[in-house]
Design a protein around this ligand. Structure first.
Ligand SMILES: CCCCCCCC/C=C/CC(=O)SCCNC(=O)CCNC(=O)[C@H](O)C(C)(C)COP(=O)(O)OP(=O)(O)OC[C@H]1O[C@@H](n2cnc3c(N)ncnc32)[C@H](O)[C@@H]1OP(=O)(O)O
Length: 302
């Protein structure tokens, strides 16, 4: 079953091969294995993976400063890291956290969706789909240690985890705020949210583009625990231990049973979803909304 689920995600190998080629073409070092205790430690420019204390858990630190926006290069490095972990039988779980202060992830990189050509939009969206499918159907236990702001695509990524731990800082808001940008969360973003907090709460959250502060995120069920910032990672590891007490095969089959229909909905219409995205994002009105939003972000500083 696990194999069947994996095989349903098409083009992954191609995408990853493409990512490696792109990395090589950019003249970057690709993957650096750590020395000393880090037999299984590896890093790319934007993703650092190190074994947790017990070895069977990896801690994946996202480090695409300043805000971990999900650029195409970052997405592909993230995908390759995940693939490596999935293929390494020593690992059973991954804690995903941020190396950027106060921000887990600012979501999709707006610069990938503004002022580019249709071919670029298609390539970008395919990578976004791929990361979502990969995370959502992962056989590993995924725990999101959300140590900062987590809007839109950042929230989507966190929602693919099995458990979410949020820091209690006022900066740690989480939600799918797409409507605030004048854009619409695609059906699979919506499905992921509905599967987590239910239909009515999702309807309200999506239409209003709500970014929930920690106490409200906990109340609505968007996160499972809220803890002080310095305890986010230790809490994540302790929750992980609980999940790893369950035999993998039973847990994995159960996870697939719960998530397969949602993933299949996208898998069945991936190409159409890419075309919808390209035509939506290319509209003058949407480009204008993105431009205004990007300017607002810049002005915030001044
Ligand atoms: C039919 C199909 C339809 C499909 C429709 C499309 C659906 C696409 C869905 C989109 C989902 C998304 O994820 S869109 C992205 C949404 N993200 C946000 O709204 C977050 C925006 N950012 C912030 O609110 C803040 O940056 C922060 C709270 C995350 C952090 O605040 P902080 O004060 O620490 O940092 P700054 O705001 O000063 O930002 C620093 C720097 O980063 C740039 N930045 C921020 N976010 C993004 C981003 N998402 N993409 C690209 N760049 C980003 C910001 O402009 C600053 O840049 P400069 O230093 O150059 O000024």
């Amino acid at each position: 079953m696990a194999l069947a689920v994996r095989m349903r995600v098409p083009c992954r190998a191609l995408l990853c091969a493409g990512a490696q080629l792109r990395g090589a073409a950019l003249g970057r070092p690709e993957w650096a294995a750590g020395g000393g205790d880090g037999a299984r430690r590896f890093a790319s420019l934007r993703v650092l993976v190190e074994p947790g204390a017990e070895g069977r858990v990896a801690v994946m630190k996202l480090k695409n400063p300043p805000v971990n926006s999900l650029s195409l290069d970052f997405l592909t490095e993230f995908l390759i890291s995940l693939e490596k972990l999935e293929n390494d039988k020593a690992f059973r779980g991954v804690v995903i956290t941020s190396d950027c202060p106060n921000v887990f992830s600012a979501g999709l990189d707006l610069r990938e969706m503004y002022g580019r050509n249709p071919g670029h939009y298609a390539e970008y969206w395919k990578a976004v789909q791929e990361l979502w499918l990969r995370l959502y159907l992962s056989n590993l236990v995924l725990v999101a240690a959300i140590n900062g702001s987590c809007p839109a695509g950042g929230c989507l990524m966190a929602l693919t985890s099995d458990v979410r731990i949020l820091s209690d800082s006022p900066k740690s808001v989480i939600g799918l705020n797409e409507t605030l940008l004048g854009i619409v969360a695609p059906f699979w973003f919506k499905d992921t949210l509905v599967n987590t907090i239910g239909h009515r709460a999702s309807e309200r959250a999506l239409q209003l583009g709500l970014l929930f502060p920690p106490a409200e995120a906990l109340q609505v069920g968007l996160v499972d625990h809220v803890v002080p910032e310095d305890q986010v990672q230790s809490m994540a590891l302790s929750v992980m231990a609980h999940w790893l007490a369950i035999p993998d095969h039973a847990r994995q089959l159960t996870k697939a049973m719960m998530r397969k229909a949602t993933a299949d909905r996208l898998i069945k219409q991936r190409e159409a979803d890419i075309q919808n995205f390209v035509s939506f994002i290319s509209r003058d009105s949407i480009q204008k909304s993105l431009q205004i939003y990007l300017e607002k972000l810049k002005q915030k500083k001044g």
